[in-house]
Design a protein around this ligand. Structure first.
Ligand code: COA
Length: 144
């Protein structure tokens, strides 16, 4: 069977408008300004899957390319969920040459632990050692 999906980690191919349409309604990025997302994409290693000319999934890694990476904004278009696209992107993350031998990779998830466990992530062994500083409503969303 022909594979109708194409994976890429070429940041220049990322369709910022399509990614914005997916992310602006999520619980973690509600109402993110397009310019903020554009800046985040420019400064990350990006992963996406295209269905024809349409970008239908996205993920990015914020990294020093030597010791650490933070995986963020993993999202799949609702019409294309359940077809392995998130796993496909996570495999691309795992294989990316700039993400080999890192001391630590981290991510935050509300309910997709099972997805990331498939790729070796575990709930933090010592969560009391992890600190954070967050804005409650960074983009001024009216509903969260
Ligand atoms: C989570 C999400 C990225 C999964 O994308 P997807 O392409 O449908 O996932 P895949 O088809 O690659 O498979 C996901 C696998 O993880 C498992 N899984 C565990 N928790 C899950 C969850 N909360 N949502 C989806 N899948 C989950 C699935 O069962 C599946 O495993 P299986 O194939 O053995 O059944 C997608 O549902 C999405 O965009 N959700 C909204 C945004 C979101 O919550 N992103 C994660 C933020 S950390």
């Amino acid at each position: 069977m022909t594979d109708t999906y194409e994976s890429t980690s070429d940041s220049s191919r990322m369709d910022v408008s399509a990614i914005h349409a997916l992310l602006k309604d999520t619980y973690w990025s509600r109402d993110i300004p397009l310019a903020t997302l554009q800046r985040a994409i420019c400064n990350s290693l990006c992963f996406g899957v295209f269905y024809g000319t349409r970008q239908v999934s996205f993920a990015r890694a914020v990294t020093d390319k030597a010791t650490f990476a933070y995986i963020a904004d993993v999202i799949v278009d609702p019409a294309h969920r359940g077809k392995g696209l998130a796993q496909r992107m996570m495999r691309a993350v795992q294989r990316h040459p700039d993400l080999q031998g890192l001391r630590r990779m981290m991510l935050v998830t509300r309910d997709a632990h099972g997805l990331y466990e498939k790729f070796g992530f575990k709930v933090a062994a010592s969560p009391e050692r992890i600190m954070e500083m967050c804005l409650d409503n960074p983009y001024g969303a009216t509903s969260t």
